[in-house]
Design a protein around this ligand. Structure first.
Ligand code: PG9
Length: 658
């Protein structure tokens, strides 16, 4: 189209880089009151040098090292220095205030803090107090590191011809660190969230022997199934900005301005996600071109799905997989990787799962609150102190006591406390201690454990109009509530004619769910393609004086692109007006619906502008759908005996609660 041409850094394609001849240390070490900061260029096997910041507590000996590999500027990650106001707050609350994120980089006029605890991130506090050496490194091609940047590069192979990947780079880095850090005891742990979590998982595919423990936090594992780029085939449009910010410059990339304040309007005006991408000038970005060329779950995505690669890797490094229960970016990777390794954890002492009541990466911030939900304790502080630190200590310190690490540690979001389990899930359709129970969508907007009768109303009908998609967040959507949109009160769409709502009576007994709710939706469309969105909601008692009176809190929420009903790899047109079954797994839940609450399910056919619109007419590639392809469709949700729609709820008897 007529997109402006965008200057791009050449770091997206392999390039020749002349490495500086100088010694590894590129900066004089900065010495503060109680720490020393070394900035070194660590050589990889191909000669490329990676920018690495090593923060060493003064006078430390035999210390463990904790490594994070990042695409978000290692200098800034190791210089989250909190301002004096925050330090004052810390003194009064006992915990430092969260560092601003992204933390200001070195360019910002900001002196190094005199004390290591204030220099580093909030989530590093427990490690600083415990005398760890903290290491941050830029991945190749970003910020201070040499080399070419491929975003979330697949392992070396057909989709990554550069000869380098984050498995090798982690290996070489750890090798260098243990040989060149005299204060260390030769043991390294790795952690980091999201993209940084991806680098942890990559390191686990061929771990250096000195890598003794790992905590991948909300790792990006399968970008198509449910982490970051797509969700069961529906494209997450805000990524268009991420592609640009990550891949147009070695440092922080440009931001594209928008005409209007409301992203709903901005995206709707533009047409398909491809049209938006083209308007933003993304044809010049190799990553966008790959995404556009691979809308389905083909070999490109399958071969880089890290949970599949983890399943083929020996479990030799004790690993704690972590994610948020309301993780709006990487809801898929941690629990699927945990599940992939579980069969190899024969003594149940190597593979761990943690899920906190958190938005994406909240583990690295204050954990008292998520949107309107206020927890009894600072859930991130308690987790880091009581679980993550002892876990790392057990493996990274000689002679450390064995940590009492629960195999599974999940927040109970209905009872407001952590649960410790021996395994996960507690309830499923077969093979678990408890058996999941179908909760049926019934006529008259009812929801219940009784199967609908064949004689009743057969379906509910609504019109899904791509010109008026259902918003995922109240408008104007400006991005401000990105971190908390998953806990948005769903009354803002409940009652729209294109949102079907099903509700139980007031619960007399608590209903506990611990596992993966599975959708079994029987639905038809008058079109030939369709998206389906299902939300599992806890409806709070409707007290007038209650701050959350009547709140419709989503516990699990997901979208499924209909064309992938029978195969993720080979999409198929849907047969118009035929009742078809759509099955998919929702995100994990560990919740108790309390007496006086109600359980609700909502069904709709769009979640915009978070996900691109389905034209509702089958086209080969939705990225390139034309305005005329977008068609209104009449949708039916069946709730008749043989064609019953239900959610298989992982119900656990409440008496069995540990
Ligand atoms: N969720 C972000 C991301 C990870 C990997 C790829 C793209 C985006 C992140 O928080 O890093």
């Amino acid at each position: 189209g007529n997109a402006p041409s965008r200057p791009t850094d050449s770091n997206m394609i392999p390039q020749t880089f002349t490495p500086p001849k100088a010694a590894a240390v590129i900066d004089a070490p900065k010495v503060a009151f109680d720490y020393e900061k070394r900035v070194v260029m660590i050589p990889m096997r191909d000669g490329t040098k990676l920018y690495t910041v090593i923060v060493v507590p003064k006078g430390v000996k035999n210390a463990p090292m904790l490594l994070t590999r990042t695409c978000y500027n290692a200098a800034a990650r190791a210089h989250a220095a909190r301002d004096p106001k925050a330090a004052l707050m810390a003194a009064s609350t006992g915990r430092s205030a969260a560092a601003p994120f992204p933390a200001p980089g070195r360019g910002a006029v900001k002196p190094d803090a005199p004390h290591m605890i204030d220099e580093l991130n909030l989530s590093d506090e427990v490690y600083v107090r415990d005398g760890y050496i903290r290491v941050y490194q830029d991945v190749r091609g970003k910020y201070g590191s040499e080399g070419a940047y491929l975003m979330t590069p697949p392992p070396v192979g057909p989709w990554n011809p550069t000869g380098a990947d984050d498995t090798m780079d982690a290996y070489d880095t750890i090798d260098w660190l243990v040989k060149n850090t005299p204060e260390s005891n030769g043991r390294v742990g790795m952690t980091g969230s999201s993209y940084e979590g991806f680098t942890v998982v990559m390191a686990l595919l061929h771990p250096h022997p000195a890598l003794k423990a790992a905590v991948p936090e909300s790792p990006m594992v399968d970008g198509w199934m449910g982490d970051d780029w797509f969700q069961y085939g529906a494209f997450r449009q805000p990524n268009l900005d991420y592609f640009i910010s990550q891949t147009t410059a070695r440092g922080a990339g440009v931001r594209v301005s928008r005409e209007g304040r409301d992203e709903y309007t901005n995206f709707l005006k533009m047409g398909s996600a491809g049209d938006m991408a083209r308007a933003m000038g993304e044809e010049q970005l190799p990553f966008w071109k790959m995404v556009e060329a691979h809308p389905a779950y083909d070999a490109y995505w399958q071969s880089q799905a890290l949970d599949k690669l983890i399943a083929k890797t020996d479990l030799t490094v004790p690993t704690m997989w972590l994610q948020g229960l309301w993780d709006q970016e990487d809801m898929y990777g941690a629990n699927h990787s945990y599940a992939a390794w579980e069969p190899k954890d024969t003594n149940n002492n190597m593979n761990f799962l943690v899920m906190g009541p958190w938005f994406h990466s909240q583990v690295n911030r204050e954990g008292h609150q998520l949107g309107p939900l206020i927890w009894d304790t600072d859930t991130t502080a308690t987790y880091l102190q009581n679980v993550q630190l002892p876990f790392f200590n057990q493996y990274l310190r000689e002679g450390a006591p064995k940590a009492d690490t629960p195999p599974v540690y999940i927040y109970n979001t209905g009872e407001d406390h952590w649960d410790k389990f021996a395994k996960w899930p507690l309830s499923c359709e077969s093979g678990c201690d408890a058996t999941a129970k179908p909760m049926y969508l019934q006529a008259g907007g009812k929801l219940g454990f009784d199967a609908p009768k064949s004689s009743g109303e057969k379906f509910d009908e609504f019109v899904s109009d791509p010109a008026k998609p259902v918003p995922f967040s109240p408008r104007p959507y400006t991005g401000e509530n990105w971190r908390t949109w998953l806990v948005t009160d769903q009354r803002f769409v409940d009652g729209r004619p294109d949102v079907m709502t099903y509700t139980t009576d007031l619960l007399k007994e608590p209903v506990r769910v611990s596992g993966v709710p599975k959708v079994n939706l029987v639905a038809s469309t008058s079109g030939t393609d369709s998206d389906w969105v299902v939300k599992l909601i806890d409806v709070f008692p409707d007290g007038h004086a209650e701050a959350m009176g009547g709140y419709e809190l989503p516990i699990a929420l997901d979208i499924f692109r209909g064309r992938y009903r029978t195969s993720f790899e080979k999409p198929e047109a849907l047969k118009s007006n035929e009742a078809l079954t759509y099955k998919w797994d929702m995100p994990n839940v560990n919740h108790v619906f309390q007496p006086g609450h109600r359980i609700m399910v909502q069904v709709q056919s769009s979640l915009f502008p978070l996900y691109d619109r389905n034209p509702q007419k089958f086209v080969p590639n939705i990225f390139n759908a034309k305005p005329a392809d977008y068609e209104r469709a009449t949708q039916r949700i069946y709730h008749e005996g043989p064609r019953a729609s239900f959610i298989s709820l992982p119900v656990v008897p409440v008496t069995a609660t540990p």
